[in-house]
Design a protein. Structure first.
Length: 279
């Protein structure tokens, strides 16, 4: 009997570790499937940007597109992004920023895949999509695992449509489900819809029409009560560079409770590269 108990004690950790490794493998397959799904969305030969496409838009909206898309640029809407920077594992008072290595597939309004690694003694890695958030220590032990709810989908939609404004501007040209309006001479608002999801985002422009701020009411549980509700979210954009006819910010800092006393910058990204997928 003692031998059986001892054997069981040896086997339990092995079984537990095997289950964790199986879960990690299954999640990596899900990541790959979602990445492939978004990168292989039905495509047609892209149009090229022409000022006639925005001639009926308010002045700030025209300035925005004139800054972000060069005339004659193929309107590619999906991008693969490599980035570094810092990600917070703490709070506003003690942010505990960690060096970050990440890549992202951005395919607004259909979805995104964000894969991140925080190197270190206890490496944190995982992914964020419109369907789930999954992160682990040492690529084995789960520390965050959520998703599959309308709250998650709604929160994620706000994030990736906001990012598409400055990283894939062709994806936010005026259309059936994308409406722009003027708030003041240097601020435009875009409303983006996809099925039951909808998000308004305000875009603040510099003198050249380039976006320097994006801000919106995001559906989020990043609050002490951990309850989903609308709260200010936004990002500051800088270091603009031209890539493939698009003018893209290579530095972005994102914050919860944006422009309030509780503002907390948790994400500081520095792009290494951005590649627009041919359609």
């Amino acid at each position: 009997m003692k031998i059986k108990k001892r054997t069981l004690l040896y086997l339990l950790p092995v079984v537990f570790l095997t289950l964790l490794l199986s879960l990690t493998y299954s999640d990596s397959l899900s990541d790959e499937e979602e990445w492939n799904r978004l990168s292989n969305l039905p495509k047609s030969k892209p149009l090229v940007f022409d000022l006639k496409m925005i001639e009926d838009q308010p002045e700030p909206v025209r300035r925005f597109f004139q800054c972000t898309i060069k005339v004659g640029t193929p309107l590619l809407k999906v991008a693969e992004i490599e980035m570094g920077g810092q990600f917070s594992l703490g709070s506003k008072e003690k942010p505990n920023y960690q060096e970050m290595i990440a890549r992202q597939l951005l395919a607004s309004p259909e979805g995104f895949v964000f894969q991140m690694k925080l190197p270190g003694l206890l490496t944190v890695s995982g992914s964020d999509t419109g369907k789930w958030t999954r992160f682990r220590i040492l690529n084995i032990f789960p520390v965050a695992r959520m998703g599959g709810t309308s709250d998650h989908s709604r929160a994620a939609f706000g994030r990736y449509v906001a990012e598409s404004i400055f990283w894939t501007p062709a994806a936010v040209l005026p259309g059936k489900n994308i409406k722009w309006e003027e708030l003041d001479k240097d601020t435009a608002r875009v409303t983006i819809r996809n099925g039951e999801l909808s998000q308004e985002v305000d875009v603040v422009l510099d003198a050249n029409g380039c976006p320097i701020l994006v801000k919106f009411q995001r559906w989020s549980d990043a609050n002490p009560e951990k309850q989903f509700r609308f709260q200010p979210f936004g990002g500051r954009l800088s270091d603009f560079r031209e890539v493939g006819g698009f003018r893209i910010p290579f530095r972005v800092e994102a914050a919860n409770h944006f422009e309030t006393e509780e503002e907390f910058v948790f994400f500081k990204s520095e792009l290494k590269s951005i590649h627009f997928l041919q359609e």
